[in-house]
Design a protein around this ligand. Structure first.
Ligand code: C5P
Length: 309
């Protein structure tokens, strides 16, 4: 994510992510879970703009969505102080000892409660814009320390590409040289709360706190297939250990996995804590043609996307 100047304003495109691999290693004493996950940023993105109306008014946030019936009802349009964009900016201002000022305009395209990291990406975008607009000059490492307080995935979005994330999700090992990947994504009409899905996983796994379950298949096998460009093999190595928990909470996960399993893709998977599911396609045109077939079938929002290189 790289902010750019537009006149006296600042803007940034905040990408979504897909998890091609997500292993839950076990619950931690702090209430979170230790993870090992491969996250790939994709071209679907929100847009965040910061401008200064110059009237000395307090920090404000306005949110719009590209299709209101898809995302706005589920967005937190209550006090803007509760939105992650505002919380990120306020937190940075406090740490840096500056007065927060200006207006944020957030244009949402990433579906909410989809497991595509929209809120986290917006928070990272807010940190980057405020850091520029208020001339704070923090490094990305310094911003990452603030980012992790806002959400486990936020530090990932301060980076510039795919990464294997461990710990809560905040320990990031960048991955380069991935081939271009094309996806069809379906966001069903029902979203899922990350906390609820992890809560369900905990009940099902009954894993003791603080004892990580040893890695079973390993993200390394998947990375090896990706580096070699063996996408059929990649399709067989897609893993999400939260899928069963999510599928207990909504029948949509199984329905989407079955539907996506019939489109001639390399493989399909739920992303993050859901509820969106994706299929890894053979090409951009294959993705477009399958998305066209699935649209209008009452499955929710169907769209194509691809990895950001
Ligand atoms: O960090 P974030 O705010 O995205 O997490 C939302 C919720 O998801 C947490 O409150 C926690 O219940 C769960 N979570 C977890 N382990 C993680 C990440 C999230 O248990 N590594």
């Amino acid at each position: 994510m790289v902010p750019y100047r537009v006149g006296s304003a600042w803007e940034v495109n905040a990408p979504a992510k897909l998890n091609l691999y997500l292993d839950v290693l076990g619950p931690r004493a702090d209430g979170f879970h230790d993870l090992e996950t491969l996250m790939v940023p994709v071209r679907t993105c929100d847009q965040l703009r910061w401008s200064d109306p110059g009237d000395g008014s307090a920090l404000s946030l306005r949110i719009r969505a590209h299709r209101s019936r898809d995302s706005l009802p589920k967005l937190n349009l209550g006090p803007s102080a509760e939105n992650l964009v505002s919380r990120a900016a306020e937190r940075l201002a406090k740490v840096a000892g500056v007065e927060p000022r200006g207006s944020f305009d957030l244009f949402k395209r990433i579906p909410v409660q989809s497991g595509m990291g929209g809120g986290s990406s917006d928070a990272a975008a807010a940190l980057l814009l405020a850091n520029e607009a208020w001339e704070i000059g923090y490094s990305r490492e310094r911003l990452a320390a603030i980012a992790v307080e806002l959400g486990s995935d936020v530090p990932f979005f301060l980076g510039q590409g795919a990464a294997v994330c461990r710990g809560r999700g905040e320990r990031i090992a960048p991955v380069s040289r991935l081939p271009k990947l094309h996806f069809v994504v379906i966001q069903p009409p029902v979203g899922l709360s990350t906390a609820d899905v992890f809560g369900q996983w905990k009940q099902q796994a009954k894993a003791p706190v603080g004892q990580s379950i040893p890695n079973r298949t390993g993200v390394d096998d998947l990375l090896e297939s990706l580096f070699r460009g063996r996408l059929a093999e990649v399709g067989n190595r897609l893993v999400n250990r939260l899928e069963l928990a999510a599928a207990t909470l909504t029948p949509w996960i199984e329905k989407l996995r079955l539907t996506l399993g019939r489109c001639g893709s390399y493989g399909q998977l739920m992303t993050g804590s859901g509820s969106a599911c994706f299929a890894l396609m053979r090409s951009a045109s294959h993705a477009r043609s399958v998305a066209g077939q699935f649209s209008g079938m009452g499955l929710g929002r169907v769209f194509v996307t691809s990895s950001c290189l």
